[in-house]
Design a protein around this ligand. Structure first.
Ligand code: GRF
Length: 186
């Protein structure tokens, strides 16, 4: 059985899509959800799916608590699905090539520190971009700079707003992220 753990900080709609995708899988299991926010929606999603969770602070992650948990868990893949903290380099090194992230824009544009959630879509709309989309990529020591695994492009409509763009890009995330993970776990 291949083991996946999910890191998330917020609502967890990507985590839900991934959990649903592998619900009947005989070869892949989501064994833990890691979260840095006590009241994050993703914790309720994990509980409903009977997936154990671990909640930690930024300080606890930086003090090695999360790395110790991962050393026991030994996942085949670490999936960042709306996780807003930088992964400590000790974890990036220990799990090199086994950490993936999804970014709601066509990196390298609209990436880097602070570029998350609605900030991304507001910047894309303000810049009157013709296209946006998603980037699923390996995670390295620098925000959003790891090798790309998949990009999918969305053509903005004339009257696009940051909110409508967010909703359209989220649909691409929910479709492609589970399938890229499935390919990596083949
Ligand atoms: C998504 O927009 C994703 O691209 C970004 O954070 C958001 C997570 O949303 N990394 P959710 O918590 O999965 O609903």
């Amino acid at each position: 059985m291949k083991k996946i753990v999910i890191f998330a900080s917020g609502g967890g709609s990507n985590a839900q899509a991934i959990i649903n995708h592998f619900a009947e899988s005989a070869t892949v299991a989501i064994t833990k959800v890691y979260c840095n926010k006590q009241e994050a929606g993703v914790l309720g999603i994990a509980a409903k799916a009977n997936i154990p969770t671990i909640v930690f602070t930024k300080q606890e992650m930086e003090s090695g608590l999360v790395e110790a948990s991962l050393a026991t868990e030994m996942p085949d893949l670490i999936v960042l699905a709306g996780f807003l903290l930088k992964i400590p380099s000790a974890i990036v090194q220990r799990f090199s090539g086994k950490i993936v992230n999804i970014h709601p824009a066509l990196l390298p544009k609209y990436g880097g520190k602070g570029m998350h959630g609605m900030h991304v879509h507001e910047a894309v709309v303000a810049a009157k971009e013709e296209f946006s989309g998603i980037t699923i990529h390996y995670v390295n020591e620098h925000y959003d700079e790891g090798a790309p695994l998949l990009q999918s492009t969305y053509k903005l409509v004339k009257e696009e707003t940051a909110h409508s763009l967010a909703a359209n890009v989220l649909k691409l995330e929910h479709f492609y992220f589970p399938r890229v993970i499935e390919f990596l776990m083949r």
